[in-house]
Design a protein around this ligand. Structure first.
Ligand SMILES: Nc1nc2c(ncn2[C@@H]2O[C@H](COP(=O)(O)OP(=O)(O)O)[C@@H](O)[C@H]2O)c(=O)[nH]1
Ligand SMILES: [Mg+2]
Length: 206
């Protein structure tokens, strides 16, 4: 049984100021619209529709909070980089996201989901920079890894790991596929550390 399958929807907040009390441990998930964030959360929690997935990018504008237990929760941040969002809203969101990463004591790590075919877009980089500045560890997941053949997949992983060094922070990069579960074990291992779950005795895999 996975700790993550315990996840239960708690609340949707219009912005960071409406989140629950800043206690316990939380881990936030962020990514460009359509990067595969909802699919990854569903895979992680073994729930088909915990976080809604859709083919229409930019639909999730609320912050969704999923409780694992009374002290631990997953935070599903709104997708960014969606062209049709007005500039004023974009700027407001960037400002509050920056504040959230800086000030939220219970936040112990940030998962940044990036399509393996085009990782580290401008907003991804900006977000990772904020997280590193706030001394938060970052897990970069290269999503939809099933879309590439093995050779190209490995090359993208190496390239992304190389690129991640430039942030000079605690940035870990793993492959991920919600479709076939590739990388789920590595992802859970990182989350387990952040959440303070007992460490599992399994060697790390590519
Ligand atoms: N092949 C493949 N498609 C995926 C994967 N994850 C997500 N998708 C597809 O990518 C689209 C966007 O996924 P979604 O989870 O809604 O992205 P979000 O906007 O970041 O929440 C959907 O059509 C998903 O079915 C994956 O691991 N493999
Ligand atoms: Mg989504």
């Amino acid at each position: 049984m996975s700790h993550y399958s315990q996840a239960k929807f708690n609340l949707s907040a219009p912005d960071i100021s409406h989140l629950c009390a800043d206690e316990g441990i939380e881990v936030a998930f962020a990514g460009r619209s359509n990067a595969g964030k909802s699919s990854a959360l569903n895979r992680l929690t073994r729930q088909k529709s915990l976080a809604r997935t859709s083919k229409t990018p930019g639909r999730t504008q609320l912050i969704n909070v999923f409780d694992l237990d009374e002290q631990r929760r997953l935070i599903d941040l709104p997708g960014y980089g969606y062209a049709k969002v007005p500039m004023a809203i974009k700027l407001k969101w960037q400002k509050s996201l920056g504040e959230y990463l800086q000030k939220r004591d219970s936040l112990k790590g940030l998962v940044v989901l990036m399509d393996i075919r085009h990782p580290f877009k401008d907003l991804d980089q900006e977000l990772i920079q904020w997280a590193v500045a706030a001394e938060l560890p970052v897990l970069g997941l290269l999503t939809k890894a099933d879309k590439l053949k093995s050779g190209k997949r490995k090359a993208q992983l190496l390239m992304a790991r190389e690129a991640s060094l430039a942030f000079c922070g605690d940035v870990t990069i793993h492959l991920f596929s919600s479709l076939n579960g590739l990388g789920l074990d590595n992802c859970e291992r990182v989350l387990d550390q952040w959440f303070g779950y007992a460490q599992r005795d399994v060697p790390e895999q590519e």
